[in-house]
Every structure is written in structure tokens, then in C-alpha cells.
Design a binder for this molecule. Structure first.
Ligand SMILES: CC(C)(COP(=O)(O)OP(=O)(O)OC[C@H]1O[C@@H](n2cnc3c(N)ncnc32)[C@H](O)[C@@H]1OP(=O)(O)O)[C@@H](O)C(=O)NCCC(=O)NCCS
Length: 298
């Protein structure tokens, strides 16, 4: 497919075209509907704050990663969406969703292929996949290795957790080494505006000591949105720090993989339960160990 053509008729009245800013709200609704169905942990769907974050993040992707963002429409109605971003040598698929009544008839595949054309020339690929068997089959087909993701959830009992000190709030001046840490962990850094977006959504906690560095962007409910560290011990210190802040309160940590055994040990020591939820898909890299990926910025 030539993704340089920004409008591509598909037959059946369907039109595949580049996503525009004015599509963002409709795309959010398609994605919210699609993912509510596949939520396995019983958690409620996106609240107003999450919806707003999704919209801001997707609008930014349309502006900065336009060739990676596509919609399928019919008579002006958005039926499906795929958004993806490129950072250095890495391509990440952020969203791929089709309205339930339009699935299983060739709506999703061209969206994925169009987004994938934006991956051309990159060395690494990442996606945080739902458990949807259709999505899983397509991801395997296009060359992703799939690694189960786990969710850690329950009420935090921080009494038996080790004491960690020297974790402090992060600042703009930490950005340079944070960028290097991510590059070290997954072969490609995030952009400064990724960190800005994450910093606006929740606290930033960092460890910055001789030979040991790490950071954790937290969500508004205190779980880890993105973590990178020089080593597993530092990653774990940042996780303990996040848990301690939530002592006695409900907590849900997503996007933990088998490479993050440190998180499983700490979570169970804090009384949390482990369940599986979807997959981390990677190509050209292994699931990083001292790293917890972000769902859409990976
Ligand atoms: C994953 C998802 C986007 C796929 O969309 P979809 O529209 O069902 O995908 P397609 O119809 O293109 O492909 C599904 C299958 O339908 C079948 N199919 C039926 N009729 C078809 C037709 N006329 N043309 C092509 N394929 C058809 C094919 O078997 C096809 O698989 P194939 O391309 O390997 O042959 C959609 O199922 C979804 O929204 N899931 C929920 C959200 C989600 O989990 N997304 C994954 C993000 S991590």
C-alpha cells in the first residue's frame, strides 16, 4: 500500500484516510468502546481525566506523527482508527481499534498496514496489545514477539516493604539523563514533549546517585505510567516509593512483564495480586528489565 496517498477508497463505501485533528474525539469513542470490551480486571472504563489525556496525546500524534495516524470512515462516520509514533529508531503502535459492528470484514487490516508503513526504516517496534485474539493474530503475522503482560492490583500494605530513601521529585533539569536511560533500555529515547505530557499527568520521582539512576512518571492515581532505571534495584526502589505513597489504598499497576520479576516480588510483599492482561509485542528488542513501558508511548 502507498500510504503517501492520504485518501484510499476501500469498497463498501469505506474510505481509509489520514487522521485529522477534528477526528480525535470520534476516534476516542471508537477506542473507548473497543477497549471496554476487553478490560479483564473489572476496572471501570476511561474517566473524564483519562479521556482528556487520550485526546491531548492523540492530537499531538496527529500533529507530530501524521503519517502514522489513520482512520476508516463511511459517510463521514469514523469506524476505526490506528495511531502510531516514531521515536529515534523505534516505531510504536499506540491505538488500533474498530467499532464492534464493523469487525471481521476487513476494516482493521488496512488501518494497521497504513500505520505500519510509517515504521519503514525503523529498527525496533513495540505495542501493548489487548488479549483480543484477532489483534494477537495480526501482531504475530506482522512480526511481533508477544510477551504476556501482568497487572498487579489490590490494597497496598506497605508495612513489610523495605525502606527506600534518596528518591526525590524530578525536575526539568533531570530530562537529559532520563532521555539517555530510556535510550539505553529500549534503544530509542522518548521526546521532550512525551516527558512533558507525562509530567503534566502525574508526579515524577527520580533516583540520581553515583552509578544508580532512574525515574518514574506516575499516573494521577499513583501507579507507574513509565519507568526506566540503570538497574533492577533502582527500578524496584522507585516502585516501592510509589507503593508507600498509596499505603492502605487501592492500587493497580499495569504493563509488568516477565522481565520485571522484581516488581512481582515487591507487589506480592505489598499484598497485591497478580493477573495477566494482554501482551507486550516487541520486534528488534527484548522486553527491557529495569523498565516499565507506557501503554501508548511504550
Ligand atoms: C483488532 C481489531 C482492530 C481488528 O479489526 P477488524 O476490523 O476485525 O480486522 P479485519 O476485519 O481487518 O481482520 C479480521 C479478520 O476478519 C476476517 N474477514 C472477514 N471478512 C473479511 C473481508 N471482507 N476482508 C478481509 N477480512 C475479512 C479475516 O479473517 C480477517 O483476518 P485476516 O486479515 O488475517 O484474513 C478489532 O478486532 C478491535 O477493535 N478489537 C478491539 C480493540 C483491540 O483489542 N485492539 C487491539 C489493540 S492493542
Amino acid at each position: 500500500m502507498d500510504a503517501g496517498l492520504t485518501v484510499q477508497p476501500q469498497g463498501d463505501g469505506l474510505v481509509l484516510r489520514r487522521m485529522r485533528l477534528e477526528d480525535v474525539e470520534a476516534a476516542e469513542q471508537v477506542s473507548a468502546l473497543a477497549f471496554d470490551e476487553h478490560r479483564q480486571d473489572g476496572s471501570p472504563g476511561r474517566d473524564a481525566e483519562r479521556r482528556e489525556l487520550w485526546n491531548v496525546r492523540t492530537a499531538r500524534a496527529v500533529q507530530e506523527d501524521g503519517p502514522g495516524c489513520w482512520v476508516m470512515e463511511r459517510d463521514g462516520e469514523v469506524l476505526g482508527v490506528a495511531t502510531s509514533i516514531r521515536r529515534d529508531t523505534l516505531w510504536a503502535l499506540s491505538t488500533w481499534a474498530v467499532l464492534p459492528q464493523w469487525r471481521g470484514r476487513g476494516t482493521g487490516r488496512p488501518l494497521l498496514e497504513a500505520s505500519l508503513s510509517y515504521a519503514s526504516g525503523t529498527l525496533r517496534r513495540m505495542v501493548s496489545s489487548s488479549a483480543d485474539p484477532n489483534a494477537v493474530r495480526h501482531y504475530i503475522r506482522v512480526g511481533f514477539d508477544l510477551h504476556p503482560q501482568m497487572t498487579l492490583h489490590g490494597q497496598v500494605d506497605a508495612v513489610d516493604l523495605p525502606r527506600v530513601d534518596r528518591v526525590r521529585d524530578g525536575h526539568r533539569s533531570d530530562l537529559e539523563w532520563m532521555t539517555s536511560l530510556v535510550r539505553q533500555a529500549r534503544g530509542a529515547a522518548h521526546s521532550a514533549s512525551d516527558h512533558e505530557l507525562l509530567g503534566a499527568a502525574g508526579d515524577l520521582r527520580v533516583v540520581d546517585r553515583a552509578g544508580r539512576r532512574g525515574f518514574a512518571h506516575l499516573t494521577h492515581d499513583g501507579s507507574i505510567a513509565l519507568l526506566a532505571a540503570s538497574d533492577r534495584r533502582t527500578a524496584n526502589d522507585l516502585f516501592v516509593d510509589a507503593l508507600v505513597q498509596r499505603h492502605g489504598q487501592p492500587f493497580t499497576q499495569s504493563h509488568v512483564t516477565g522481565a520485571n520479576q522484581w516488581a512481582l516480588r515487591t507487589a506480592t510483599a505489598a499484598g497485591l495480586q497478580v493477573s495477566t492482561q494482554g501482551y507486550l509485542g516487541v520486534a528488534g528488542l527484548r522486553p527491557p528489565q529495569a523498565y516499565v513501558h507506557h501503554g501508548t508511548l511504550l
